[in-house]
Design a protein around this ligand. Structure first.
Ligand code: GUN
Length: 287
């Protein structure tokens, strides 16, 4: 069988259309949604991601503030910038692009962001709320994946889902979101035994390894008609690629995401959605 492409660009556009309307609505109430980004150092991939986020904000009418900081910045200086953004009433969302240079501590940095402005959903507060089914701001890539399932009416209840990632950014939030939909979720990682066999038993495989020298998801590793969500983005044979080759995997999957044009655009769209949520939360608490 040849499956259906889950087109991240189309689904992201539908999210952005809704966000644009919500932005217009907020502006009529005197709230001008604004996202502040913080980029430390000169990682070219991170610079591209942040640029894409700014362009997407502009598309839907969200204002932006851009903080580009030298890689030599100290933790104290970075903390001070986050504190200033936390108390700036014109800023509704704060995004610190990861990874940070080695001398800066990610946990210290992310924890410093006000949970009400944490549009990445990565603060301990919001990560904890997610695990208790109470989160207003959820990590963008995981919520983007959920949006893809919903767009195609892919039912998750009782499904065996294999997740190949256990990071705070992807695997852990996805685990909670999938569990909340009554899926049976197996979270795999570099020490998992017989990963091929584990994948073959899954109705849905969500793969986010991002290193082709270590892992490739091939069609012999999935069952006929499985759904494959490829969250990875890496360079392979001089091209952008995920953990799977789309043309190969779609010959056996019922649905699959391409790379590029799959999960990537969803991450950006969900960031816009979270910024609107944070802006409306600020309206409710009066700043
Ligand atoms: N680096 C890679 N993905 C992300 C993301 O979703 N948020 C942040 N802040 N950094 C990232």
């Amino acid at each position: 069988m040849t499956g259906t492409k889950i087109d991240g660009k189309v689904i992201a556009q539908s999210v952005k259309d809704r966000v644009k309307q919500a932005v217009e609505q907020l502006k009529t109430q005197g709230i001008n949604p604004c996202l502040a980004t913080v980029l430390v150092g000169d990682n070219p991939a991170s610079a591209t991601y942040v640029r894409n986020k700014h362009n997407a904000c502009q598309e839907v009418g969200i204002a932006t503030k851009d903080h580009k900081l030298e890689s030599s910045i100290t933790q104290e200086e970075l903390n001070k910038i986050i504190d200033e953004l936390n108390s700036d009433n014109q800023v509704h969302g704060i995004l610190v692009q990861l990874p940070l240079p080695k001398h800066l501590d990610e946990f210290t940095t992310i924890s410093r962001i006000s949970p009400l402005k944490d549009v990445d959903g990565l603060t301990p507060h919001n990560a904890g709320l997610l695990s208790m089914k109470k989160a207003a701001l959820v990590a963008c890539t995981p919520s983007g994946v959920m949006e893809m399932f919903d767009y195609h009416n892919i039912d998750l209840e009782g499904k065996n889902i294999v997740l190949i990632n256990r990071s705070n950014l992807v695997g852990k939030p996805l685990y909670h979101l999938l569990l909340q939909r009554n899926a049976t979720v197996i979270t795999c990682h570099s020490k998992t035994k017989n990963l091929d066999q584990v994948c073959r038993e899954a109705d849905i495989v969500i793969s986010a390894v991002g290193d082709r020298t270590k892992f490739t998801l091939t069609s012999d590793m999935i069952k006929e008609g499985a759904v494959v969500i490829d969250v990875a983005i890496t360079r392979h044979n001089d091209k952008l690629a995920g953990d799977a080759d789309y043309d190969e995997i779609i010959s056996k999957a019922s649905f699959a995401t391409p790379v590029p044009g799959g999960v990537g655009p969803m991450t950006v769209a969900m960031l816009l959605k979270n910024t609107v949520t944070a802006a409306s939360l600020s309206g409710q608490i009066g700043h």
